[in-house]
Design a binder for this molecule. Sequence first.
Ligand code: ZN
Ligand code: ZN
Length: 449
Amino acid sequence: MQLNTQIDQTLTEPLSSYIPRGQNVLQTVFKVHFDNFREVYDEKYSKTYGKYRIDRITEVVEEFIKCGDYKEGLARIKCTSPDCGHDYFVPLSCKGFYLCPSCHQKRTLLFSEQITQEVLLMLPHRQWVFCIPKCLRVFFKHDRMLFSDISRLIFQMLQSYYDNVSANFIQTGAIIAYESAGDFLRWNAHWHGLVLEGGFDEEGGFVYLPISDTKRMTELFRRLVIKYFQEKKLITERFARNLLSWKNSGFSVDNSIRIYGNDHKAREALAQYIAKPPVSLEKIKYEPFHEKVLYKTPKYNAYFKENFKFFDVLDFIAALTAHIPPKGKQYIRRYGLYSSRTRGIWLGMEFCIRLAPPGWKEKYLDNPADSKQISAEIPECSMEKKVEKSTWARLIKKVYGTDPLKCPRCGSEMKILAIIMDPGETEKILRHLAKIGRPPPNFDPASMN
Ligand SMILES: [Zn+2]
Ligand SMILES: [Zn+2]
């Protein structure tokens, strides 16, 4: 498969390794400078990055600083076999997505695994990228929920294109991911889509509808977005007319990457790509003496005419924390056939079932080998739990190379026995483990002195 040069290295190979927990350079930067950043935020950064953000940022950062630190909390995992009793401790994680590289990467892996195994039909898909002009991107900084309307607008646009071009009602599916960060963490609100190339007509047959004319699609996208901004009274009619008159519109639509139904690796890599974290640890270098952060990218950036950038450390914190989403908000949305709520629709569509990915068949069909046999009922809640459990176990296996829920000594199941958060208690345990010569991996016993 030929890859677009816009797409970085992560695309060619799905991730298979996992960033080990423990103190990293980003945690050091926040430990040393965050209090200072917090103090100056309203005065120095709120105008650029949004008002009333610092409490949300603080909440995420405080957890992030502790992420993977054994001293902040432990989970004790023990073998269920009474003859064995093997046990070990793992640190707790922060779940600070879009900030914590370790937690975000874990989620990226989970997401791509689930999307590839259980969501994307074994049919051709396209990766789409939708960009908007700079003068409109800023609105997404100050209204943090605006993105979701544009995600929906993108899906509806593709859906109506399919309906129109086939003169039929087509059921299609898409995953639209909003991404606020561009190169060097700069604010670049844009969208990625994993979109089914076509859909099912009313008879249940698949209609293949590849879109090649992105020029017209760009024009449609441009008009829809401008109309949306005008209707929301975010821009004036005059400004809207002005935007429509620009020769170089600043809007762009790209769909040059196609993924074939059976190319499992490419599907997974693309799913990872649209869920990737804004920053990776390999790209940053902290220079404490100069209070600077050096940010490197593997490829030359035409915008900055460089492949590295020096940040004042507080500016770096501002640029990075700008991408933390509002509490509980998902930047990745699923629509149509791929919407989590309507997955039951598949069971009523025989053709769709036959094209379902293997993980989906295993989960929803009584006899996955024989696709025609359909289980009548889908218990929605219990299913979700099951999904989570099986995905989790599979993923852990994948990222560690072993299954930590399986005892390395006897092969029995391991269970989380206790979660210890009390600082006195965790210290006691860690000292004891160091004393008996069993300190946990990535833990330096000297850090307790
Ligand atoms: Zn974390
Ligand atoms: Zn055991």
